[in-house]
Design a binder for this molecule. Structure first.
Ligand SMILES: Nc1nc2c(ncn2[C@@H]2O[C@H](COP(=O)(O)OP(=O)(O)OP(=O)(O)O)[C@@H](O)[C@H]2O)c(=O)[nH]1
Ligand SMILES: [Mg+2]
Length: 459
C-alpha cells in the first residue's frame, strides 16, 4: 500500500518541483468542490476508500470502471493524480485498505481528512477544444466524523431555542426510550444551587451517557455530537452545557440558563463557526448519504426521526447559505445540484431496490420540500461502496459471508416503500455481512459507484 500511495503522490511532487507557471495555472484551473455529507455511520469513509481505490486503478493501472470510461474517456485525460488537500491530513486510505484486508470495516472517523483529485486534460483533444475551458480540473473531497454534521444547525439558534427543541425531541419516541436516566437525573437535580464545575459536570456526564446510549440504538439526532468524540478540541469539561427543562431555560434570571448560554455561545464561536468555514465550505455539488438500514433495523419511529434530522440539515446547507449559493453557484451553472443517496444498497436483493429508492424519497421528503423553488435540482439514487453480497437463488434472496466466515443465503420480506406502510411494531433486521476476502475485486468490479461517478462528472 505504501507503494500505491507514493505512486499516486509522486507525480504531484514532480509537478511542483518543475515550478509550473502559477499565472497560467490560475486561468486554466477549475475547482470543483464536492461535499459528501452524511450522518454518523452513513458510509462516508467506506465510499471515500472505494472512490480512491477506483481512481488509483484508473491512474496507475489504466483499469477503468464503466462510468469513468463514459464520462472521463481515457483519450481525453493526459493524466490524473491525487494530492493532499490544503493542510488537512491525507485521507487514510492505506489504513482502511489494511483493515479490509484483515476482514474489518474501517473504524468510525474521529477527525477530519481530505484529498484532492487533479485531472489534467489533453490540450489537443477535440472535445476539450470545443467544450471544456479548463486544463486542470480539480475535485476536492473531505471526510469527517458524522457527529460533527449534526451540530451545524445549532449555529442558527440561541441557547434557549436549542434547549427547548432538544428537550421536546427527547420527550418523543424513539428518543424517549433512551432518555429515562437522564431525565431522572434532571428531575432530582437542585437548580437552586449555583452552577459550579462539579455540578455542571454531573449534568454533562448524565447527558453524554444519554447521547451515547441513543447513538448505539440508532438515533441520529444527537446534539452536540461533538461531545461524543475527542476530535473537536472544544473542552466540554470546562464549558459544557446540556438542554434544560423549559421552566429553567425560559427563566433568563436563572444562573444555570445564564451559564449554559455563555458556554453554548463559546461552543458556537470557538468550534462550530470554524468547523463550518473549514470543513463544510459550500460546494457546487452536494451529496447527502443516507443509511436507511439502521432505522429499518430498529423501528418506524427511528425513520421518522431520521427524516426530521435530514430536514434540519437541508436548512443548514442550502437556505443557510442562500446568498453564497446565488453568487457562486447559480450564476455559474444556473442551478445547484443535490443528490440524496441511499448507501449499502448491496444489503438488499435486486428485487427490493425499487422499494429502497422509494423509501429514500420518503425519508428525505422534508429536506427536498425546501428545494421547491426550482433553483436547486435534486435527485435520488442508490450506491454501494463495495458489492459485499452475491445474488441469491431468486430475486428476493442474497448470499453473503457472516461474521463467522460462513457463506449464507438470506430471504427477504418486502421492504416498506414509505414510512406509513411500515408497521409500527415491526423491524427489518440488517444483513450482518462481513468484509469478503475478495474485497478489492468487489470494489473495482461492483457497479455500486456508477451512478455516483456519473453525478460527479456530469457537467
Ligand atoms: N455492505 C456494505 N456495508 C457498508 C458499505 N459502506 C459502509 N458499510 C457499513 O457501514 C459502516 C459504516 O460505514 P463508514 O463508511 O465507516 O461510515 P461513516 O459515514 O464514515 O461513519 P462515521 O465515520 O462514524 O461518520 C461500515 O462499517 C460497514 O459496516 C457498503 O457499500 N456495503
Ligand atoms: Mg467515517
Amino acid at each position: 500500500m505504501r507503494k500505491f500511495i507514493d505512486a499516486i503522490l509522486t507525480p504531484a511532487k514532480q509537478a511542483k518541483a518543475l515550478g509550473a507557471n502559477q499565472w497560467q495555472r490560475w486561468f486554466l484551473q477549475s475547482e470543483h468542490r464536492f461535499t459528501i455529507t452524511g450522518l454518523s455511520r452513513s458510509g462516508k469513509s467506506m465510499l471515500f476508500t472505494s472512490l480512491m481505490t477506483v481512481l488509483k486503478y484508473r491512474s496507475e493501472e489504466q483499469y477503468q470502471c464503466l462510468p469513468l470510461l463514459r464520462f472521463l474517456p481515457m483519450e481525453l485525460v493526459d493524466k490524473m493524480w491525487l494530492e493532499p488537500l490544503g493542510n488537512l491530513p491525507l485521507f487514510p486510505v492505506q489504513e482502511h485498505i489494511k483493515d479490509l484486508e484483515a476482514g474489518h470495516w474501517p473504524p468510525a472517523t474521529e477527525s477530519v481528512a481530505g484529498f484532492k483529485l487533479v485531472v489534467r486534460l489533453r490540450q489537443a483533444h477535440q472535445l476539450k477544444k470545443y467544450l471544456l475551458p479548463y486544463t486542470d480540473v480539480v475535485f476536492e473531497f473531505i471526510d469527517y466524523p458524522g457527529e460533527w454534521l449534526t451540530d451545524l444547525p445549532m449555529l442558527g439558534k440561541s441557547y434557549t431555542q436549542w434547549s427547548d427543541s432538544a428537550w421536546a425531541q427527547q420527550m418523543n419516541a424513539p428518543q424517549q426510550r433512551y432518555a429515562k436516566s437522564w431525565h431522572d437525573c434532571v428531575n432530582a437535580f437542585d437548580f437552586e444551587q449555583p452552577p459550579t464545575p462539579d455540578r455542571i459536570m454531573q449534568l454533562v456526564d448524565a447527558y453524554r451517557r444519554y447521547l451515547q446510549e441513543a447513538k448505539s440504538q440508532g438515533i441520529s439526532m444527537l446534539q452536540p455530537g461533538s461531545f461524543l468524540i475527542p476530535g473537536s478540541g472544544f473542552d466540554f469539561t470546562q464549558q459544557g452545557f446540556t438542554p434544560l427543562p423549559s421552566r429553567i431555560s425560559s427563566d433568563v434570571a436563572s444562573p444555570w440558563t445564564q451559564c449554559f448560554t455563555q458556554h453554548f455561545d463559546a461552543f458556537k464561536q470557538q468550534w462550530l463557526t470554524r468547523l463550518k468555514k473549514d470543513t463544510f465550505r459550500q460546494t457546487d455539488k452536494q451529496i447527502i448519504l443516507v443509511d436507511l438500514f439502521e432505522g429499518l433495523n430498529h423501528s418506524r419511529s427511528h425513520l421518522y426521526q431520521l427524516r426530521e434530522t435530514l430536514s434540519h440539515l437541508a436548512d443548514t446547507f442550502v437556505y443557510g447559505n442562500e446568498n453564497w449559493f446565488k453568487r457562486n453557484v447559480l450564476q455559474q451553472q444556473g442551478i445547484a445540484k443535490v443528490a440524496f443517496v441511499a448507501t449499502k444498497s448491496d444489503l438488499v436483493p435486486v428485487g427490493q431496490r425499487d422499494a429502497l429508492l422509494s423509501l429514500l424519497k420518503d425519508v428525505t421528503r422534508g429536506a427536498t420540500a425546501r428545494f421547491k423553488d426550482g433553483e436547486v435540482q435534486f435527485e435520488h439514487f442508490l450506491v454501494s461502496a463495495i458489492q459485499a453480497t452475491d445474488e441469491g437463488s431468486h430475486d428476493n434472496a442474497l448470499r453473503y459471508m457472516n461474521h463467522e466466515g460462513r457463506y449464507m443465503e438470506a430471504e427477504f420480506e418486502a421492504l416498506p416503500p414509505d414510512l406509513k406502510s411500515m408497521p409500527a411494531e415491526e423491524h427489518y433486521p440488517v444483513l450482518p455481512a462481513a468484509v469478503p476476502p475478495d474485497y478489492l475485486a468487489r470494489i473495482l468490479n461492483g457497479k455500486g459507484l456508477d451512478r455516483l461517478l456519473q453525478f460527479l462528472l456530469e457537467k
